[in-house]
Design a protein around this ligand. Structure first.
Ligand code: NDP
Length: 461
């Protein structure tokens, strides 16, 4: 770490530096960042997805800090996190992200900065603003922030009802350069949100992407707007997306049916408050036969299991993201008039399902992608109000981002994996100790990655 970066880090750790102090601190020329390399995008050719190892493709490089442009901010990143899009970037699937950077560069001279032989990835972050560009009014240097990943400048009319519909909408740190897995990140000002002061840096950094996505899918009018009494089937209920979905469903007075893959995860769902949990590992569902045809008997077995739990009811909403392997089951089990809300296809994006179950029963499929600023802000606000808490099980240093991404790729973590960037250790950044201690009925799950054990802390009123 450069001496200038050390000074910045000390100012943040002191918790006392003012906006003027930050503006006066010299910016380093360069920083450490996790990158993929353009000349390596073919390195995994011929391998199956599972065999593509992020530990080989992710590098820790010393790279230049970009110039801050209009309506932008440079943020000293204390922590970031691994998302599944970190994995997609690292294994160059479904396409190498450099194609996004090249396309974006055609837009304007400022966008050209992103088109480099390396891609700094990472779509989450929490830290402190170092500089703002011309035109930034809501935030200033010294503000402690979380960063959401909806990268949009709102010039096209299409996005003004919902910025996710803007034709130039991109995901920061995936479809743009200068993402969160670095000592300093470059963001648009409309990605910034106040960091909930009762959270540590790594907790705050672990949530913006998955929390905002879950909010849109389940709470927003752009999603399913779940309400009291709804039954919501959640695939991967203590994964990144699922960990927030489960809390939104419980908060709404709705009933989650959690699907997870181990007894340890079953126990965690129950600890969080779920009454109905299915261990898909123990049940061994095979929705697809060896010849690739749909196994209707297995769909029925899954539906029957759900009805046993719910005393005969079917889900109003199915929260979908595994894709190919589960989508037919999701369509099958949703109740007549129910919805399947989907934001991903981890196991394959060519979905096949029997459409009779959909049209004859008037079910709806709702496509959803990340969240607009309003939705991300509301999701962040709810964490600030202590209505939700990030589910964070492991923390890695920036030097081991490849290992952390490997674990997410192979479904080895629970909830999210945090990554420490400038933060010298975990547990730092809490500015509201009292608020933290008043944390009611929420869960702080923390897995010590080195020891591989859980410390489950349920805070009391
Ligand atoms: P995680 O890996 O953290 O969690 C996914 C969970 O899904 C796992 O914990 C696992 O739970 C379950 N799962 C995985 N594979 C299968 C399968 N074949 N069948 C059933 N369940 C499965 O990932 P995230 O929750 O962060 O992301 C999930 C997907 O959503 C990714 O593809 C990601 O890229 C995408 N995504 C899309 C967003 C968008 O805006 N469009 C935003 C965020 C994520 P278990 O093993 O316990 O059942």
């Amino acid at each position: 770490m450069s001496s200038e970066m050390n000074v910045i880090r000390d100012a943040i750790l002191s918790g006392k530096a003012t906006a003027k102090d930050y503006t006066g601190l010299p910016l380093p020329q360069s920083m450490l960042a996790v990158t993929t390399h353009k000349d390596e995008v073919r390195m995994f050719d011929g391998l199956e997805s599972d065999e593509k190892d992020p530990r080989r493709s992710l590098h820790l490089d010393e790279v230049a800090i970009p110039e801050v442009g209009p309506n932008e901010a440079l943020v000293a990143v204390m922590a970031s996190s691994i998302n599944f899009n970190t994995v997609w970037s690292a294994i160059f699937e479904p396409i190498p992200t450099f194609q996004f950077l090249e396309r974006a560069a055609k837009r304007s001279p400022w966008d050209k900065r992103h088109d480099l032989p390396y891609h700094i990835i990472g779509s989450d972050g929490a830290g402190v603003i170092l500089r703002v560009g011309p035109g930034v009014t809501l935030f200033k240097p010294g503000d402690e922030v979380t960063i959401h990943c909806n990268y949009v400048d709102m010039q096209a009319p299409d996005g003004h009802d919902d910025s996710m519909l803007d034709p130039d909408q991109r995901i920061w740190g995936f479809e743009t350069n200068f993402g969160g897995l670095a000592e300093v990140a470059l963001v648009r000002a409309n990605q910034l949100m106040p960091k909930p002061p009762h959270l540590t840096w790594e907790e705050a950094a672990s949530m913006p992407l998955v929390n905002s996505t879950a909010y849109r899918m389940l709470v927003s009018h752009n999603g399913t707007q779940i309400k009291q009494g709804n039954i919501v089937l959640i695939w991967g209920a203590v994964g990144g997306l699922g960990g927030f979905a489960l809390q939104y469903v419980l908060n709404a007075g709705a009933f989650p049916i959690c699907v997870v893959s181990s007894p340890e995860k079953v126990k965690l769902c129950e600890t969080i408050g779920a009454r109905w949990v299915i261990d898909r590992g123990a049940e061994g569902y095979r929705f697809w036969s060896a010849d690739g045809s749909q196994n209707v008997g297995e769909l029925r077995r899954f539906g029957k299991k759900i009805r046993e739990l719910t005393e005969g009811e079917d889900p109003d909403v199915v929260y979908e993201h595994p894709g190919h392997e589960t989508f037919a089951a999701s369509v099958f089990v949703a109740r007549p008039g129910g919805s399947i809300v989907t934001c991903a296809s981890t196991s394959g994006y060519n979905h096949e399902y029997d459409n009779r179950y959909l049209w004859m029963n008037k079910k709806r499929i709702i496509g959803s992608h990340f969240a607009n600023y309003r939705e991300a802000w509301e999701a962040n606000r709810l964490v600030g109000k202590r209505a939700l808490h990030p589910l964070l099980s492991e923390i890695y240093p920036l030097t081991e981002a490849g290992e952390a991404a490997y674990r997410v790729h192979h479904n080895l973590q629970i909830g999210k994996i945090g990554v420490l960037c400038l933060a010298p250790g975990d547990g730092l950044g809490v500015r509201d100790d009292e608020g933290r201690s008043r944390h009611i009925g929420q869960i702080n799950l923390y897995r010590n990655a080195a020891k591989g054990e859980f410390r489950l802390v349920k805070t009391q009123p």
